[in-house]
Design a binder for this molecule. Sequence first.
Ligand SMILES: *[C@@H]1O[C@H](CO)[C@@H](O)[C@H](O)[C@H]1NC(C)=O
Ligand SMILES: *[C@@H]1O[C@H](CO)[C@@H](O)[C@H](O)[C@H]1NC(C)=O
Ligand SMILES: *[C@@H]1O[C@H](CO)[C@@H](O)[C@H](O)[C@H]1NC(C)=O
Ligand SMILES: *[C@@H]1O[C@H](CO)[C@@H](O)[C@H](O)[C@H]1NC(C)=O
Ligand SMILES: *[C@@H]1O[C@H](CO)[C@@H](O)[C@H](O)[C@H]1NC(C)=O
Ligand SMILES: *[C@@H]1O[C@H](CO)[C@@H](O)[C@H](O)[C@H]1NC(C)=O
Ligand SMILES: *[C@@H]1O[C@H](CO)[C@@H](O)[C@H](O)[C@H]1NC(C)=O
Ligand SMILES: *[C@@H]1O[C@H](CO)[C@@H](O)[C@H](O)[C@H]1NC(C)=O
Length: 796
Amino acid sequence: MWSQTVSFRAKLLSTFTTFIYALAALAAPGISDDSFDVLNYVDPLIGTANGGHVFAGATLPFGMAKAVADTRGENQAGFAYDTTVVTGFSHMHDSGTGGSPSMGNFPIFPHPNCPDDDINKCKWQQSDRAVPWKKKSPVARPGYFGISLQNGVDAEMTTTNRSALYRFTFEDTSPEALSPLILVDLIDLPQSRLNGTADVDRSTGRLMGNGTFNPSFGIGSYDLHFCVDFKGAKLRDTGTWARNRANTSRDTVSFYADGTNTASTLSAGTFARFHSPKDKSILVRVGVSFISVKQACSNADREQPNFDFAGTVSAAESAWRKKLDVISVNADGVSSDLQKVFWSGAYRTLISPQDYTGENPLWKSDEPYYDSYYCIWDSFRSIHPLLTLIDLPSQSLMMRSLIDIYRHTGYLPDCRMSLCKGFTQGGSNADVVVADAYLKKVPGVDWDTAYKAVVKDAEVEPANWNVEGRGGLHSWKNLGYIPTDDYDPYGIGTHTRSISRTVEYAYNDFCIAEMAQRMGHHDDYKKYAARSGNWAHVFKADQTSSIRGISTNFTGFLQPRYPNGTWGYQDPIFCSPLLNFTSCYLNPDGHETYEGSSWLYTFYAPHDMGFLIKTLGGPKAFTSRLTYLHDSGLLYVGDEQAFLTIYQFHYSGRPALSARRSHFYIPSQFNTTVAGIAGNDDSGAMGSFVVLSMMGLWPVPGQDVYLITPPYFKEVSIRNSVTGKVATIRNINFDPRYRSIYIQSAKRNGNPWKQNWITHDFFAEGGLLELELGASESDWGTHLEDLPPSLNHYHT
Ligand SMILES: *[C@@H]1O[C@H](CO)[C@@H](O)[C@H](O)[C@H]1NC(C)=O
Ligand SMILES: *[C@@H]1O[C@H](CO)[C@@H](O)[C@H](O)[C@H]1NC(C)=O
Ligand SMILES: *[C@@H]1O[C@H](CO)[C@@H](O)[C@H](O)[C@H]1NC(C)=O
Ligand SMILES: *[C@@H]1O[C@H](CO)[C@@H](O)[C@H](O)[C@H]1NC(C)=O
Ligand SMILES: *[C@@H]1O[C@H](CO)[C@@H](O)[C@H](O)[C@H]1NC(C)=O
Ligand SMILES: *[C@@H]1O[C@H](CO)[C@@H](O)[C@H](O)[C@H]1NC(C)=O
Ligand SMILES: *[C@@H]1O[C@H](CO)[C@@H](O)[C@H](O)[C@H]1NC(C)=O
Ligand SMILES: *[C@@H]1O[C@H](CO)[C@@H](O)[C@H](O)[C@H]1NC(C)=O
């Protein structure tokens, strides 16, 4: 069986491979080590327990079809390791998301036979048919997922872009007793179905149908279609079923939201039953489409005409190897676990958003269409900056698709899934993604339209700012902050998060200012640069903060402000892990900060660090406050706003402390266990965080700035997939025990490099950055002239 081959190979590798030295074939032809297969270092099960919500199943990079076993429990991505029963196998998922479960439409389920060969004795509906899965049976590899069920079914699956292929092997049943029955259920994981239809073709056994469902974190509804074909056994009979009753004389079952029997929890569908298969296994191919049943069938026919399971797995593996091949590391001395943390993180960054080009029924366009930007509030900080480095062609297609969404819906999304508008969590952070791509010269983008899109975010309040744009723009322009208890008759949205929205809008405006400056819109530059200073209007200089009655001795925090300028109050530690951690979610009872404390948001002025440091009492006070944030338990690294704070010591001239802090979180919070990520992965946010951290260059999103820390490897190289140029970061005196993690001196292409940051041209043009390491902090990168840019100057 496939799974045995896989584990045998993995075991061989871990036993005999003490170190791996891989170089991209293009960078150094002939030197690559054949024993290195990057896929042995990708473990899709990392982050599948304890709320990580990582998608563990089979998918191509950014593939639309994502096949996995759906389990009962916290099944946001279908399968979760901390569950016991499988309810079906479905073909569409998202990865790492919070909120409610996503998609999981039209699950199929195999029965080896029905008791007494009576279809009405089979268990049909979702809650009754669930079967325990065998512990330790899940095998997950890029492009492959396998799991064994206690009913004797071994389930394996793989995918192409728009179809899934399942192989069900019936282990514990004698061939004479076998009469496999495969059902399809018109249900989805969130149980959101509004209407649905299923048909069966009784001559071929083909199962077809469609349904209307709700998105998991947004508004509206979407239609999806499926087409199921079988191979490997002779068709016996077909029919329909609802709840726990089936009928072989009917071919169609339908439910409509306006009719009876419409509960979205109702399980019903069609089925095909077979004579005993020759080799105890049956292949099930499922095509999916947002356009029509016809297109679902043609997607499957085109992408896998031959039901070639091994061939489909191997095509998926090649696609994954090719994607990951742009990164190469010298892993000499680095533990196999840490290498797995790294490569698995890169893998997870390449799962979403999904490429639905040609599958968008909402508008006609020649532009690409990507979906499941879930959500940009999470992805702007590390996912898109990493994609710009390791998959520029895809980042370009995503940018074009974002701009096309603006063209056809009127706004850039902050979150979007299943063809629907998703909820906005803070600012209009697509502005950051757009500016980041502009500064890094992502090719193929219509920048004039992109600029119109970001200006619209800044100027025109939408009717429903829960799902796009910004709320409170009247106050933003007139008062210079988002007030608590705002008066806003111009649009509808959730009036919480006045502090976090203020600092995010300020940074969004800065990103627009950067574009305006370079595009020659000088008046806009002045306007948005000025507005980017608005964060300071919610800084209350005399606000103190205590923890359990003991003063933290830091003064000055962001606080809510009423429209009349009077201060409100929110305890600066409120919504940190130390106080009411879960009280700042996205609902009308949320408070003035979003998923974090005022303590945390007080550090968010990424464009104006000079002024922020001055405001907080100078570099020494800033450093001790930032240290306190990390040491006190006030910070949760499982939410994305934490990322930048790990590296902000660079701004107070202490790059060594950023390096030390990065090792404080990796691997203690990021490891190879199934619970090995902090928080939800959020479409690869945690994965990209760990990759960028281990590469040693932290991108400040929305700026042409990478903060330099030593890589976790002796050497890391990134090959630009468009130009072929290679950028290499090399540690001199590399210490795999990570005691020497402090940069003593640096050279770029042989010349001294004193700045503690570097710009994107390093990656665009290629080159060599050499970092000489030592066991203690040096004065490298600590001087005023070494610090990253700031809108207002640093003060000594
Ligand atoms: C899958 O889609 C990607 C684009 O997202 C494309 O580059 C790739 O060639 C497709 N794979 C196959 C096998 O069609
Ligand atoms: C399904 O439900 C949606 C939403 O209620 C409705 O707009 C659509 O027309 C329905 N489709 C069919 C085919 O009944
Ligand atoms: C679903 O299929 C039924 C039957 O073929 C059809 O009447 C209906 O319009 C389809 N719904 C959608 C949303 O395509
Ligand atoms: C099965 O379907 C046929 C055809 O629609 C119908 O005549 C028959 O009554 C159904 N049987 C049951 C038990 O519902
Ligand atoms: C704040 O300062 C006081 C007086 O120096 C000290 O006793 C106290 O421990 C400090 N609080 C913290 C949290 O460090
Ligand atoms: C400002 O508004 C707040 C909230 O409505 C109110 O409590 C406060 O008294 C007002 N302050 C002034 C100076 O009017
Ligand atoms: C804070 O949490 C406590 C329970 O831990 C709860 O009673 C209280 O209502 C919460 N406060 C707010 C403002 O959410
Ligand atoms: C692995 O990471 C998880 C999630 O951050 C953490 O809770 C756990 O303690 C870590 N385990 C180890 C052995 O470091």
